[in-house]
Design a protein around this ligand. Structure first.
Ligand code: FE2
Length: 399
C-alpha cells in the first residue's frame, strides 16, 4: 500500500506571515489539511515532503550517525548515562524492551489478528542502540544540575552539536506544520495542537542497528509497539524494515520515498482526539527488502548500520499535580524511601498512562510524604518505559 505524500510547501508559503484565519486557505490547501487528518486517522502514519528538510540534510545526519555507531562499543559506552536512566547520551543494544514482550493484554490482542498481520515475536530486548538528544531550549534554572547538564557529545565529533540541533529542529518544525494542518483538517483552530506542544519534551533519538551482526531475516530491531508522545517523525532510512498497522488491523510495510519524512501518531494524539486518531502500532524487522539493501550496501562498501533518525514531539503535562499524584497510587509501594519493591504491572500501566510530562510535574512538585523523588524517577527504567528527560525546575527561593 502506498501512503500519500503531502507536500508541506504550499501550506508553509501561506502561513509564513500571511495566514490570519481559515478564510485565507484556498480550497486546495483545505483539501490537503483534510487529507492529513484523514490519513492520520486511518493509517496512523503520513508521508510528508518539507522543503526545509532536504535529502542532503538527512544524508548528512545519517552519515554522522553511521560514523558514530561504527565506533567500538567501548567508545560508545563513554556516552552511556545509566544513572540518568539513559535519558541523555547513548543506550546500548539489549536495554530497550518492546512492549509486546511484557504486556499480556497486548499479547492477547495480537493473537486475534489474522496470521499475515501478526507482528514478529521478539525473543528479548531490542538489539538496537539509541542516542537521546534534546531539541529545543533547556531550562535556565535547575534543581538537579546533573540531569540538565550539557548534552552528551562524543569526543572527536566536532560537527555533532550543530548537526543534531539543526536536523532535530528541522524535523520538529515539520511536525509543527503537520500538527497545524491536522488541526485544520479536524475542524479545530490551527494552533489547537501546537499551542500544547510549547515547552513539551522534544527529542531527537536516532537508533542504530548493526546489520552485519544482526542481519538475519526475521530479526526484530524494534518489537511491535506504539509511541507515547504526540507525533513521531523519521527521516528516510537507508535500509527498509519498518511496518505499520492500519486502523483496520492490516500490517503494511512502509516505503519512504527519497526526500520524504514519515510521521506517526503517538498516544497523546489518541487522548487529545478522544480516540478519533489512535496511536499507530509499528515494528522494525529485517525483511526480504532489508536483505536486498544489505547486499547492495555491501557491494558498494557502505555502512551496514541501519540508522533511523527518529524525532519526537510531546506535550507537557495537562493535569494538575494532585491528579497526577492520584494516578500514580498503584506505584505507592515502589516509591517509598529505600523501597526494595519493584513496580508491579498496575504501577507500570499507570505510569505509561500518566506519561512522562506528568511524571516530571510530580518530580518537580512539592515534597510528598512517603515518596522518594529519586525512586519515582527510576520508575520509567524499572517499567521499561522509554520516557524523555525531565526538566527539573529549581524552586524559587522566597525570602
Ligand atoms: Fe516507535
Amino acid at each position: 500500500m502506498e501512503l500519500p505524500v503531502i507536500d508541506l510547501e504550499p501550506y508553509l508559503d501561506v502561513v509564513s506571515g500571511k495566514y490570519c484565519g481559515d478564510e485565507v486557505l484556498n480550497p486546495q490547501l483545505k483539501t490537503a489539511c483534510s487529507e492529513v487528518s484523514r490519513t492520520l486517522k486511518e493509517t496512523g502514519a503520513l508521508l510528508v515532503k518539507d522543503p526545509r528538510c532536504s535529502a542532503q540534510d538527512n544524508d548528512r545526519f545519517i552519515d554522522m550517525m553511521e560514523k558514530y555507531f561504527e565506533q567500538p562499543d567501548e567508545f560508545k559506552r563513554l556516552q552511556e548515562r545509566p544513572h540518568l536512566h539513559y535519558q541523555v547520551g547513548v543506550t546500548p543494544e539489549g536495554i530497550e524492551v518492546p512492549r509486546s514482550l511484557v504486556d499480556g493484554e497486548m499479547q492477547n490482542k495480537l493473537r486475534s489478528l489474522p496470521k499475515e498481520s501478526q507482528p514478529l515475536t521478539p525473543s528479548g530486548p531490542d538489539p538496537k542502540w539509541r542516542y537521546m538528544w534534546r531539541v529545543g531550549p533547556r531550562p535556565s534554572t535547575t534543581r538537579f544540575q546533573e540531569l540538565n547538564s550539557e548534552p552528551v557529545i562524543p569526543e572527536g565529533f566536532l560537527e555533532w552539536k550543530e548537526t543534531m540541533d539543526s536536523w532535530g529542529s528541522k524535523m520538529i518544525s515539520a511536525i509543527e506544520a503537520v500538527a497545524e494542518m491536522a488541526a485544520i483538517g479536524f475542524g479545530l483552530p490551527k494552533d489547537a495542537f501546537t499551542a500544547l506542544m510549547k515547552n513539551g519534551p522534544h527529542l531527537l533519538a536516532p537508533t542504530g542497528s548493526n546489520l552485519e551482526r544482526h542481519g538475519k531475516e526475521g530479526t526484530v530491531f524494534a518489537g511491535y509497539h506504539y509511541d507515547l508522545n504526540f507525533l513521531t517523525i523519521h527521516g528516510r532510512s537507508r535500509f527498509p524494515g519498518l511496518s505499520i498497522w492500519l486502523r483496520n488491523g492490516k500490517k503494511v510495510e512502509v516505503k519512504v520515498p527519497v526526500g520524504c519524512l514519515l510521521i506517526q501518531t503517538g498516544k497523546q494524539i489518541e487522548w487529545l482526539t478522544a480516540g478519533d486518531c489512535i496511536a499507530g502500532m509499528h515494528e522494525v524487522v529485517v525483511t526480504n527488502r532489508t536483505l536486498e539493501s544489505i547486499k547492495v550496501a555491501s557491494q558498494e562498501n557502505r555502512s551496514l548500520w541501519r540508522v533511523s533518525s527518529t524525532g519526537s514531539a510531546g506535550f507537557p503535562c495537562g493535569s494538575t499535580f494532585f491528579s497526577a499524584l492520584v494516578q500514580l497510587i498503584p506505584c505507592r509501594a515502589s516509591v517509598a524511601p529505600f523501597s526494595p519493591i519493584p513496580p508491579n504491572d498496575a504501577c507500570c500501566t499507570a505510569l505509561r498512562v500518566l506519561g512522562q510530562p506528568c511524571l516530571c510535574v510530580l518530580v518537580n512538585g512539592p515534597p510528598i510524604s512517603g515518596v522518594d523523588r529519586s525512586m519515582a524517577m527510576q520508575l520509567p527504567e524499572k517499567c521499561n518505559v522509554n520516557f524523555g528527560p525531565c526538566e527539573l525546575v529549581k524552586e524559587e527561593v522566597r525570602t
